[in-house]
Write a protein that binds this ligand. Sequence first.
Ligand SMILES: *Cc1c(COP(=O)(O)O)cnc(C)c1O
Length: 367
Amino acid sequence: MKVSRDILSLTPYLPGKPIAEAKREFGLDRVFKLASNENPMGPSPAALKAIEAELAEIHRYPDAAAFAMVQAYSKLLNVPANEIAFGNGSNELIDLLIRIYCEPGDAIATSQAAFIAYKICAQAARVRTVETPLTKDGAFDLDALKKAVENDSRIRLVFIANPNNPTGTYVSRDKLDAFLAACATREILVVLDEAYYEFVRAKDYASGIELRGRYPNIVVLRTMSKVYGLAALRVGFAIASPQVIDLINRVRNPFNVSSLAQAAAVAALADQEHVKRVCQLTWQGLDFLMREFKAAGLPFYPSQGNFLLVDCQADSEKLFNALLRKGVIVRPVKNYGLPTFLRISVGLEEENLAVIEALKSALGEKH
Ligand SMILES: *Cc1c(COP(=O)(O)O)cnc(C)c1O
């Protein structure tokens, strides 16, 4: 059968190595996974209770409109329900937006070393990805993106991860504002992927939720996979104009979010105390890791997420394997064009200590 070259040349998304696989391969009893920016505390206990209660109805299809979940999110964000869509993780929403707005031969624009899902979804839809280089601080270069948009009339969507994964960097309110103003006069949607929104501490950060009043061409993406600790259940949200939401609802599969996921999300959204606890733990862990890397003389990008991108100044694939043998899974980011960097997710205190110990010992062995 004939298959398009775009499809044949796709490289599948590279997930973090599962704990069970590392245990099996290396005969380890204990493995710490700091590779997928997951919440090490897990979700609110109320979410687990809600899943249990929902099990009795598992033979029924889920609510296709996810009424309770959308209402809960609408209340939390103070955004009307008809400006909210949900996806099987925000990943599905990225895929849907590209399918909705781009024809084959059109393009999306984003940065180098941006979340790789944008590029994979675009290629699968026969859509080009225009990438601008990072600034020297490892951030999205919005001036370069503005020029890219002006120079390529087939760019339909711009993806800005704010904060970005894997760099952990962010764009400030002023820079974002200027970029949005430049895009407002064009037929371009700006997708602000805010998967790590809750972890941001920078004072000059602005969410797309605050800016969308002035710039209706914004789509904000949020997820239940990170601070809410529900990565396995696959729930993401898009906040956009009713027109965009209506199109997403036409294209998405019915029942794209399961009944267990909907029930868990409602309960997790109601437990904002848990969110605060997760943020506190994350910030402590992040500050610890940054202090340790500073002391070790390893450069890193200050992070607004729940992870840190550190330049180990050594082949990251080899380091990754050395750490694996010591029972710590981290993420090499060669596939983002950063061959000496490791992305380390913030874990529990003992996990953060373990990764520092393992890294020191692995780097020591090398020299
Ligand atoms: C983790 C992450 C997501 C979330 O993906 P889900 O499909 O919602 O699990 C989205 N964007 C970025 C930048 C991420 O790092």
